[in-house]
Design a binder for this molecule. Structure first.
Ligand code: FAD
Ligand code: FES
Length: 294
């Protein structure tokens, strides 16, 4: 996977513009950046991420903390947390970063309380991001659950080219989706409970579509992000149909910059066929599916 060429990553302050709930699971955090931060994030590729400092943010009041997170809420936050972007807009020396997030533990509970005007420290842009294959005329996006955000950013980038894009978006239930369609993209929804779109896994919907539509696989590419088990399924389907596939992996990250070696991804060297480890934060988070050992 191509390395990110931006040398301008750094520690920047961002100001909260808005922070609102969208659907049952997702929140949208909009951040304003300017100056060197805007310069650094100007060339950010979809799938790149930043490490967010959330230890200074307040916890929600006790009654607003879901019971299942009550114990986790009290955990001290030592490490920054990684988030990718669902959109980035830079104009001149000002810009807006958009993050879609789900509340899962102490850091994201605190993220929920950020209000317009609050300041937050971010380190980024980090990682490599998706490598947009310009010669491919069909981009197939496959997103599951929390994997939707970076693919929204990717869909926007792809819409600037002549590539036809189709998106397969899966969730447990319709109410857990951050959006029912991706702007300017044919979007096919699947839900495990059948409350919206195809009933079943997004991988089953993808396979059915590939069998029925028989796209020219030499001109197609799959970009995917979501639960690892889903991406393993997408990688398998991509292999069966002979379609190139990029997967955006998640690991629990500490430094986010390749120092702590804590985010190992087992990979096969395509030339030597030997197994080894790459770092999700530095070599990824986006990898070619056929190099990853799921
Ligand atoms: C490159 C990258 C991009 C990401 N982009 C987004 C995004 O756009 N939106 C979003 O909501 N989240 C994203 N995440 C996940 C996000 O970092 C975690 O949800 C967050 O760190 C949770 O912090 P917490 O303290 O609230 O919960 P924690 O208590 O730290 O975690 C709660 C539970 O969530 C799960 N979890 C935590 N971190 C991860 C992880 N990295 N991968 C898989 N499961 C995890 C674990 O099961 C854990 O028990 C991304 C992660 C990575 C590595
Ligand atoms: S998070 Fe430290 S090396 Fe990847």
């Amino acid at each position: 996977m191509e390395k990110c060429t931006s040398k301008k990553k750094g520690v920047f302050n961002a100001s909260v513009l808005a922070n609102e709930q969208i659907g049952e699971c997702f929140y949208r955090l909009s951040l304003a950046i300017e100056g060197q931060a805007a310069e650094a994030f100007n060339m950010t590729k979809p799938g790149q991420f930043a490490e967010f400092e959330l230890s200074n943010a307040s916890l929600p009041s006790e009654e607003k903390i879901p019971n299942e997170l009550a114990d986790k809420a009290l955990r001290q936050i030592i490490l920054r947390r990684p988030f990718s972007f669902s959109d980035i807009e830079i104009t001149g020396n000002k810009g807006k970063l958009e993050v879609l997030y789900c509340v899962l533990g102490p850091a994201t509970l605190r993220m929920k309380t950020l209000s317009p005007g609050d300041k937050i420290s971010i380190i980024g842009p980090l990682g490599n991001g998706f490598s947009i294959e310009r010669e491919k005329t069909l981009a197939i996006l496959v997103a599951g659950g929390m994997g939707v955000p970076p693919l929204l950013h990717l869909a926007k980038e792809l819409s600037k080219s002549k590539t036809k894009t189709i998106a397969f978006v899966g969730a447990k239930s319709g109410s857990q989706l951050p959006c029912s369609e991706i702007k300017n993209v044919q979007t096919l929804i699947s839900t495990d409970d059948g409350s919206m779109g195809f009933k079943g896994f997004v991988t089953a919907m993808l396979k059915e579509w590939l069998v029925k539509e028989k796209p020219d696989v030499s001109k197609a590419i799959i970009y995917t992000c979501g639960p690892e088990i889903m991406m393993a399924g997408v990688a398998k389907i991509a292999g069966e149909f002979g379609i190139g596939c990029q997967v955006s992996l998640e690991r629990v990250m500490a430094c986010g910059t390749g120092l702590c070696q804590g985010c190992a991804v087992k990979c096969i060297d395509k030339k030597t066929k030997e197994a080894g480890y790459k770092l999700c934060c530095k070599d990824g988070p986006v990898f070619w599916a056929d190099e990853v050992v799921f």
